[in-house]
Design a protein around this ligand. Structure first.
Ligand code: PMM
Length: 368
């Protein structure tokens, strides 16, 4: 699509949709209903005129207000993400978030085992290695969010993550805290964390969103259906892409009502969180559409079980090729942050994908 050319737009909540479809067709566009949504292929201006023909000037104005910002966001690069610890250059290139899970079962998911007497030394070394490999930021988590995982209490989560956040931040790195708990987010930010990454969209702890708004740090709003304990039992959607999109759009509006500036929010479709293999594939195929929300998109596919299903690889740490394939496709679809375990390999793959996409070489390179 070009700025003035036809666009494929998916509209929900449109009043008088049948009349609008007819008016679009009369203006030589295409329109059809799919699962309660109106899919239109037309130049945005034609769609606005069609709305005016059906509902008069107010309908044209409403359509203009809804469509033009979405198209502009879709066409434009996302803005940089400004954090208290520095700026993430999401406007100019994809950025890589290294995963540092500090949980007892973490050897299997690429993190570091805690419980050893030397905690946090091993975790700090692992975090430093992620930065050295080219991570733009490191995501520290103390509670496993794997399907079936049991919750961890606040004191234990704090014991796991706080010294790690503190050490990595003190060394100058941008650190995000992967938590669903307000108290952990607050303590981690006090210890130097610059982003709160919440896989619950604020649903697990009602104090989390007001706390993040008050702390004035960026926030990752991720889509999840169900809870980690049960979410993979029977994920159900009528239209997974539309539903995840609408929930993130509603979530963004709710965050603004909670006092969080929109320009601090990153959105994430939540690959693997209450999704079947086909749901994950549909979200990846339609990832580009999420950029129309005007916020940087985070993609977390690294080592996830759907990659194991597709490739027949059971061990999470042997799913590098699938992880890289989705990272590269994610970059092509406009993802701004990639949450990954294999940082060096991902940075190298993404440097190439970005160069092909834009023609730009560097200045961003991976160190060995
Ligand atoms: N995935 C996991 C944990 N945290 N956060 C965001 N924003 N997006 C994700 O996809 C995501 C996340 C689970 O992966 P892991 O158990 O391998 O860390």
């Amino acid at each position: 699509m070009t700025a003035g050319g036809p666009a494929r737009l998916v509209l929900s909540g449109v009043e008088e949709a049948p009349g609008l479809a007819q008016a679009v067709a009369a203006a030589h566009g295409h329109a059809r209903f799919v699962e309660g949504r109106l899919e239109v292929t037309a130049a945005p201006e034609r769609l606005i005129h069609a709305a005016g023909r059906v509902g008069g000037a107010p309908a044209a104005a409403a359509m203009r207000a809804a469509v033009l910002p979405a198209v502009a966001a879709w066409l434009a690069p996302p803005p940089d993400l400004v954090t208290p610890a520095g700026r993430l250059p999401t406007a100019s290139r994809p950025t890589v978030m290294g995963v540092l899970n500090v949980t007892p079962d973490s050897f299997s998911d690429g993190g570091v085992a805690i419980g050893a007497e030397d905690h946090p030394r091993t975790a700090l070394e692992a975090g430093a290695a992620l930065f050295e490999a080219g991570a733009d930021l490191v995501d520290v988590g103390g509670e496993s969010t794997r399907p079936g995982a049991a919750p961890v209490d606040e004191a234990e989560e704090l014991r796991r993550v706080l010294p790690v956040v503190e050490g990595l931040a003190a060394a100058g790195g941008i650190v995000s805290i992967d938590t669903t708990k307000a108290a952990v987010a607050r303590a981690a930010v006090a210890a130097g964390a610059a982003i709160v990454n919440d896989v619950s969209a604020g649903r697990d702890d009602p104090a989390l969103l007001p706390t993040v708004a008050e702390l004035e740090v960026p926030y990752v709003l991720m889509h999840r259906q169900g809870t980690p304990r049960t979410m993979q039992q029977d994920p159900t959607y009528v239209d997974v892409v539309g539903e995840v999109f609408d929930e993130l759009a509603d979530g963004l509006a709710a965050l603004e009502s909670a006092g969080m500036a929109r320009d601090r929010v990153v959105i994430d479709p939540g690959i693997g969180f209450g999704k079947t293999l086909q749901h994950n594939l549909a979200l990846l195929r339609h990832l580009r559409g999420f950029t129309s929300l005007g916020r940087p998109v985070l993609l977390g596919t690294s080592r996830k079980s759907f990659l194991g299903r597709l490739t027949g690889v059971d061990e999470a740490e042997r799913r590098l090729e699938g992880s890289l394939a989705t990272a590269v496709l994610g970059v092509e679809a406009g993802a701004s942050l990639l949450r990954v375990h294999d940082v060096l390999a991902t940075v190298r793959a993404v440097v190439v994908a970005h160069a092909v996409r834009t023609g730009e070489e560097g200045p961003w390179t991976a160190s060995p």
